[in-house]
Design a protein around this ligand. Structure first.
Ligand code: SF4
Ligand code: MSK
Length: 653
């Protein structure tokens, strides 16, 4: 937004971000008198009581603030203790995060139904093999049935993910037996997402659930309704409708913008609008229109998570992650930024105005004051996309802004999936997770880490992600990535097979033999469910215990910021994964609730939370956990390593 006060110039742009392109744009923004989130974040002084979750505004006898320095000396007006207050706050965070993903998943399910019913003609079922596979995974008999009959049955079953009042969510059947049994024993198998989120909100009303252990059970249930519910439905059905990704080369960073092209950026989380834009930009009519205005063509680019999804699926170039979405507008080269839902900063509206860029909202659930709204309807995608292109082409024809496009572009391989991991190690005819397990058991791969999540202006953009992943692969930990974290590592050049030598000897040996990077990008933040399915497949393949909690794996969101991240973290913890957050965590150390999350849950057979402020320390915590699990499994003594050549591939794979 335009500045009416001096801009903080004491902190250099290279201290705010390790992305050189974003730093260049931050410098330009400062010269232009424009403030973006990287500077606003630096200047914002968060409330010290809020940051530790020691305040409650669940009723208007308060808001009540407890003393975080001595939390057991004071209670709220109603008598609520610090443990109740922190548990209820986290509960509502998780309910919101779970609601976001479930709302997204329900929207995807609705599109799937409309395709099956023939009401939507512009999209179709692309991956029939995956359709059958997903249907079979939840017990649908596909034998002898035609594609649309299977799809109809799948729809009927998956609708229960959201609408069930009782029973068990369909995709929980994909969890390892022992993991599911633990949920059953503790009464936390999610029923329907609407029920879980509603109950979470109801239980956190004043005077309802005031026992932190009991609140935590519903926190887990609500989070599981995200990971094994709405998010998994979104990922699986998106693959079925738009195609399951497979490794593809794509370019990342702001250098993907082209000065002589009409530049259109799509940013958000819904694949359908982006797919619609992709179809529209190939229309010869618009290509000719762009040329008539002097452009060489139309350049469609993604950002944030829908960008990560489209990059994985179609190799669409990607301009940057969450902390770069305002900075990219500072180039002056963006003719239109089209947005849908989640993680769209309101600040974009005033920045877009400063640089004469069209900011276009497209979703009925997410308008922004100051943006132009053109609703996207799946029944008529061109009704929206064509208007966007008309505006973008007109803006190109009348560009008056000086344009400065950073040069940085990094090529990488994206589009890994749990299906592809199985295929690349096991081969076409004997696809299996056994080779991965075997490489973990023999010690070439020490363990597997999911490094995911947002960027947060509280820390130097991307720096935690990169330092953490570097340390993990150096110690032979295979890293799976999604979301804005994947983009950070892609910009830093880790998502190419050429990065294999950065890994420790065992991991680099496997990477070089199979021809994969040591860091595998799986897509958007919704696609974290691919990691859940991969973990379940590892358990099923054998040799690494009976439940996800037995596996030598760990997860981390080092620069997290959203409530969705908290929901994701909790569904990993409740699924059995040690999950570490950087930045900080909304609990007070030394309280009973903190101890339950960071210690007690593990003793009950789940994963647990961890937090630290330093990325190397986080990596060491994750490695120590992986080593602990290796020891428990009796595989802590690694075999002597031998060099392998391609003829040994069959033994490795
Ligand atoms: Fe204060 Fe209790 Fe009301 Fe919360 S619910 S604001 S702690 S009185
Ligand atoms: S967009 S939730 S900043 S990963 Fe999925 Fe990125 Fe985090 Fe949003």
């Amino acid at each position: 937004m335009a500045s009416d006060k001096p801009i903080n110039k004491q902190v250099s742009s290279s201290e705010r971000t390790m992305c050189e392109a974003t730093a260049q744009m931050l410098d330009k923004a400062r010269r232009d008198g424009v403030i973006i989130a990287l500077d606003r974040g630096y200047e914002m002084k968060p409330c010290p009581i809020g940051v530790e979750s020691a305040c409650c505004k669940h009723c208007y006898m308060g808001p009540c603030r407890l003393n975080p320095r001595d939390p057991y000396k004071k209670v709220g007006v109603c008598g609520a203790t610090i443990d109740t207050i922190m548990a209820r706050n986290l509960a509502r965070n998780v309910a919101t995060g779970s609601a976001s993903h479930n709302d997204h998943g329900m929207h995807i399910l609705k599109l799937f139904k409309e395709i099956v019913d023939g009401r939507v003609k512009d999209f179709s079922i692309q991956d029939t093999i995956k359709l059958e596979r997903v249907a079979k995974s939840i017990g649908i008999d596909v034998e002898g049935k035609e594609v649309y009959a299977v799809a109809k049955e799948l729809y009927v079953e998956l609708e229960k993910t959201f609408s069930n009042v009782d029973g068990e969510m369909p995709f929980t059947r994909r969890a390892p037996k022992a993991t599911l049994e633990q949920w059953r024993k503790d009464g936390i198998v999610p029923r329907g997402a609407m029920r879980e989120v509603m109950e979470m909100m109801s239980r956190t009303h004043i005077g309802c659930d005031q026992e932190y252990n009991n609140i935590t059970k519903q926190i887990s249930r609500t989070a599981l309704a995200d990971g094994w519910g709405g998010s998994m439905v979104a990922t699986e059905l998106s693959d079925i409708m738009f195609g399951t990704p497979s490794p593809t080369v794509a370019e990342v960073n702001m250098g993907v913008l082209k000065e002589d092209h009409v530049n259109v950026i799509v940013h958000g989380h819904e694949p359908a609008m982006f797919e619609g834009m992709l179809a529209a930009v190939s229309d010869p009519f618009f290509v000719e229109e762009a040329k008539a205005k002097g452009a060489a063509g139309i350049n469609l680019v993604g950002m944030c998570c829908s960008g990560a999804e489209m990059m994985s699926r179609h190799g669409i170039p990607h301009a940057g992650n969450f902390s770069s979405t305002e900075a990219v507008l500072v180039t002056g080269a963006v003719d239109a930024m089209v947005v849908d839902i989640q993680c769209i900063k309101q600040g974009l509206a005033s920045i877009a105005k400063c640089y004469d860029t069209h900011l276009i909202t497209t979703n009925s659930r997410a308008h922004i004051e100051g943006a132009t709204h053109i609703e996207f309807e799946e029944q008529d995608p061109r009704g929206c996309t064509d208007q966007v292109l008309i505006k973008a082409i007109a803006r190109f024809g009348s560009r008056s802004m000086p344009i400065e496009i950073p040069k940085q572009v990094q090529k990488g391989v994206h589009g890994f999936t749990h299906e592809y991991i199985e295929y690349m190690l096991g081969g076409t005819f004997r696809g299996s997770y056994s080779p991965l397990n075997e490489n973990i058991i023999n010690g070439r791969i020490r363990g597997v880490a999911g490094v995911v999540g947002c960027t947060n202006p509280k820390v130097k953009q991307d720096s935690f992600h990169v330092a953490l992943v570097q340390e993990l692969i150096r110690n032979d930990v295979l890293v799976l990535q999604t979301g804005c974290s994947q983009i950070a590592l892609a910009k830093a050049g880790f998502l190419t097979p050429e990065a294999a030598p950065l890994a420790g000897p065992g991991l680099s040996e496997v990477c070089e033999t199979v021809g994969i990077p040591p860091v595998l990008g799986l897509g958007s933040c919704v696609d974290n469910t691919r990691i859940l399915i991969a973990a379940s497949a590892m358990v099923e393949a054998g040799g690494l215990g009976n439940s996800i909690a037995d596996l030598p794996v760990a997860g981390c969101a080092p620069e997290w910021m959203s409530e969705k991240a908290l929901a994701i973290g909790q569904y990993f913890v409740a699924s059995g994964v040690y999950t570490v957050f950087g930045i900080g965590f909304p609990t007070i150390k030394g309280t009973k609730f903190h101890d339950l999350l960071f210690n007690g849950l593990e003793q009950q057979g789940y994963g647990k939370w961890g937090t630290a402020a330093d990325p190397i320390e986080i990596a060491q915590m994750m490695i120590a956990h992986i080593d602990k699990k290796r020891k428990e499994l009796g595989i802590d003594k690694t075999r002597e390593r031998t060099l392998v050549d391609m003829s040994d591939r069959r033994d490795i794979a």
